[in-house]
Design a protein around this ligand. Structure first.
Ligand SMILES: Cc1cc2nc3c(=O)[nH]c(=O)nc-3n(C[C@H](O)[C@H](O)[C@H](O)COP(=O)(O)OP(=O)(O)OC[C@H]3O[C@@H](n4cnc5c(N)ncnc54)[C@H](O)[C@@H]3O)c2cc1C
Length: 448
């Protein structure tokens, strides 16, 4: 797996064991560098949300992998996981007593549906923007969407598209940003529109196997919380880490990659780099909650695996776990009605309501829960900011004042797993270049 490079004899720390951090650490390891990945949780994966439902390993967080997640899929294949199952979710809307289902990944069906609910102008604009994400437009930092944002982000997305189109736009924004269309902007809409040029898959065995294999290849310290960044002579030279609850100790590194949410990154860099911290703290995140229930019988019907709930319920999605797992339900809660993150009692009420709705929809008599898991993230989904191209440039400038430090995370290339993977790989390249004195402008624009 190793390709020795200029930074082969250097020692790096990657903070954060989510996809961004794992991608960065793996890339550095491949370059022959010494690397330690430090994760405060007892397990790796971050917002993949690895857990167990009874005996079954499950992914409470991200589980959908797009056909065009080329980098992330190659990474998984390298770790020995290469088996996928097609997955589809219908956007459902009740009109009178009729339930209309649209599969968002069938582009022509979506366009036909949109033409029936939106104006010709809106539909043409929507189709034009979808055309712009076939290349790199679905990643943050693309020139097209940065320019579009500079022109258009004085008003939110909801003011660019009317209520007809919200049937398709709103679920996407809730699923991908935990937000509502009046809380996001056209300049970052490319990250959502990627959905329309994708087909989605899940791994029937989950990503646990890949994560286990990763931990065999890369040095990982779990239950290890980074408490501070050590700066000597203006250069980041180490970390203060508290491991397994023990008192904090300092460790030396030639370079540090901070691969956490922007908010965790803001807290960590605040004492040493207040300007960078202030920028990072501006990025918007919204909560998300997920419940997974195994029942004593099949609950979800054939056809589309599940349906989105487009009314004012906190539950925005109720889906079966897979083609052969219709006795396991995944209920997702995001958007304005699912805020703030729920208390235990409230979560139970939300779940009861959502379950009843699934029962009403699919029918078939009472069901009993065999196993139940609930998970809630305070900062689950990144919703970015208006004028994001300017924000990324300001971040790049602030970061250039912090030698030895590199950033990765969902707020740089986008929250989709492929965006996080990309941000991680780019961070590794940059860290490697910085540690050997190579100018980072040779890494290509936008490589932070
Ligand atoms: C419910 C849900 C469903 C989703 N579904 C999908 C999907 O189907 N497909 C898709 O493409 N995307 C999906 N996403 C988005 C995707 O999961 C995230 O954008 C992505 O996992 C973020 O990865 P990350 O590595 O950047 O951050 P994280 O996964 O949050 O990893 C950051 C890690 O840093 C650790 N950390 C923070 N501070 C410290 C510290 N001081 N010391 C040590 N460790 C620290 C945290 O514990 C965490 O493990 C979903 C998100 C959610 C919440």
């Amino acid at each position: 797996m190793e390709h020795r490079s200029g930074c082969a004899d250097r020692r790096f720390a990657v903070i954060g064991g989510g996809v961004s951090g794992m991608a960065a650490a793996y890339q550095l390891r491949r370059a022959g560098a010494q690397v330690e990945l430090i994760e405060r949780d007892t397990v790796l994966g971050g917002r993949l949300g690895l857990d167990r439902l009874g005996d079954r390993p499950v992914t409470m967080g991200a589980q959908l992998i797009g056909e065009k997640y080329f980098g992330f899929r190659e990474f998984l294949a390298d770790l020995g996981v290469d088996s996928y199952e097609r997955y589809s979710i219908a956007l459902a809307r009740t009109v009178g007593d009729k339930l209309i289902m649209v599969d968002p990944t069938r582009y022509h069906a979506v366009m036909r549906y949109l033409s029936s609910v939106g104006s010709a102008r809106e539909v043409a604009k929507f189709a034009y923007l979808v055309g712009k994400v076939r290349g790199d437009g679905r990643f943050l930092g693309s020139r097209y969407f940065a320019t579009l944002g500079a022109r258009s982000d004085h008003k939110p997305l909801s003011e660019h598209f009317g209520p007809g189109l919200s049937t398709v736009v709103r679920p996407m924004i809730r699923w991908m940003n935990g937000a509502e269309p009046d809380e996001v902007y056209l300049g970052t809409f490319g990250t959502n529109l990627g959905w329309f040029v994708e087909r989605f898959y899940r791994m029937p065995g989950g990503v646990q196997l890949a994560v286990d294999e990763f931990a065999r290849r890369v040095t990982v310290r779990t239950d290890a919380r980074v408490e501070g960044i050590v700066v000597r002579g203006g250069q980041v030279s180490g970390l203060a880490i508290s491991e397994n609850g023990w008192p904090t100790r300092e460790y030396d590194y030639d370079g540090v990659i901070l691969a956490t949410s922007a908010h965790d990154a803001a807290d960590l860099v605040k004492p040493e780099f207040p300007e960078l911290s202030e920028l990072l703290a501006q990025v918007r995140y919204f909560p998300g909650a997920v419940a997974m229930v195994e029942y004593d019988r099949e609950l979800f019907g054939p056809g589309a695996y599940g349906f989105s709930v487009e009314d004012d319920s906190p539950c925005s999605l109720a889906v079966a776990e897979g083609r052969t797992d219709r006795h396991i339900g995944r209920y997702m809660f995001h958007g304005r009605r699912a805020r703030p993150a729920p208390s235990d009692a409230e979560f139970e009420r939300w779940l009861d309501e959502a379950e009843q709705r699934a029962l009403d929809h699919y029918g078939g008599g009472p069901v009993h829960r065999v196993h139940t898991l609930r998970r809630s993230w305070q900062a689950g989904y990144c919703a970015y900011l208006p004028y994001y191209g300017d924000f990324l440039s300001a971040l790049d400038t602030a970061l250039s004042e912090c030698p030895g430090l590199t950033l990765a995370g969902d707020y740089l290339r986008g929250g989709a797993l492929e965006g996080c993977y990309r941000a991680g790989v780019e961070a590794a390249r940059r860290a490697c270049a910085l540690s050997t004195g190579q100018p980072t402008d040779q890494l290509g624009k936008g490589s932070l």
